[in-house]
Design a protein around this ligand. Structure first.
Ligand code: ZN
Length: 295
């Protein structure tokens, strides 16, 4: 099971999050059948969104979204408060040749556009509060830098974000996936920030550590170096989707009586696929009759 830990360092002036998402990313790319470069991009988005969620107290759903003009067209990742995450990509098979350094050309498939973060809350008490939405232009397209730029610009939290996805060509294709997030809270000491930046700059690659078996806590130990930290909590993380046969029924119902009646007359049923997990739902004749009776 994938895991996420969050904690603090330097007397609470630094917030840290680390996660291993190898299985989560593997499940997402299995469901969406993504090309290698889209797999890397989707894995980074899912991981970044989970870590951002771990820094927030009051939310039911946190959505990160990239709207872009590159071949992938757009990516959405949606996390809940309990470590569940799901994702959607507009064009799962977009692909470009690797960059000259051998890395996936994630910024190439993204191109330019906007990075959005939306925070929704109040579901439990039956309220649908106005969501909080922040956005920044895509500056890097490598995703980790875009999360960092968003946090600095939109939430005024100077942050270091590391995201890594390592793939091979054997199913389930994901050798390692994970991330580390370091946030400087008000009062963070400049000297400590410099030490952390230096340690991060000289640390081994995140995916090397993960493929060698590092835990989220090990990632923090390596990336924070001499800075001591305290783990405040640990949560399991996994790919989950909130869709169900009942929700598929509700979606079909929302098309309206005339549409459902014509589906019944012409196809004796209806079919729909969840964009977030690719699960296919088949509604039979009696499902449609039940929907019509409820209008
Ligand atoms: Zn679904």
């Amino acid at each position: 099971m994938d895991k996420l830990v969050h904690g603090t360092a330097a007397d609470g002036t630094i917030r840290v999050v680390a996660t291993i998402t190898t299985n989560t990313t593997a499940e997402a790319i299995r469901r969406h059948q993504t090309s290698p470069t889209v797999s890397a991009a989707l894995g980074r988005m899912l991981t970044g969104t989970l870590m951002l969620g771990a820094t927030l107290k009051d939310f039911d759903r946190l959505t990160s979204r990239i709207d872009c003009d590159g071949p992938v067209g757009g990516i959405i990742a949606e996390a809940n408060r309990t470590g569940g995450v799901r994702g959607y990509v507009r064009n799962p098979v977009a692909e470009l040749p690797a960059k000259s350094n051998g890395k996936f050309d994630v910024s190439g498939i993204i191109g330019s556009g906007t990075f959005y973060v939306m925070r929704e809350s109040g579901f439990e008490i039956g309220l649908h509060r106005e969501p909080y939405v922040g956005s920044v232009p895509i500056t890097s397209g490598e995703i980790a830098e875009d999360f960092a730029f968003y946090l600095a610009k939109s939430e005024q939290i100077p942050s270091a974000v590391m995201l890594g996805v390592l793939l091979n060509n054997v199913e389930p294709y994901v050798v390692a996936s994970g991330g580390v997030l370091v946030q400087m809270m008000p009062g963070a000491n400049e000297h400590i920030i410099t030490i952390i930046e230096d340690t991060i700059a000289n640390a081994p690659h995140l995916t090397s550590l993960i493929s060698e078996g590092a835990t989220p806590k090990d990632l923090l130990k390596t990336l924070l170096g001499v800075i001591e930290f305290e783990i405040m909590g640990e949560t399991p993380v996994e790919f989950t989707c909130s869709c169900s046969h009942d929700r598929a029924m509700a979606m079909i119902s929302s098309l309206g009586r005339t549409e459902v009646e014509s589906m019944l007359a012409e196809q004796n049923g209806a079919e729909m696929t969840c964009g977030f997990c690719n699960e296919n739902y088949v509604l039979n004749e009696s499902d449609l009759i039940r929907i019509i009776e409820n209008f």
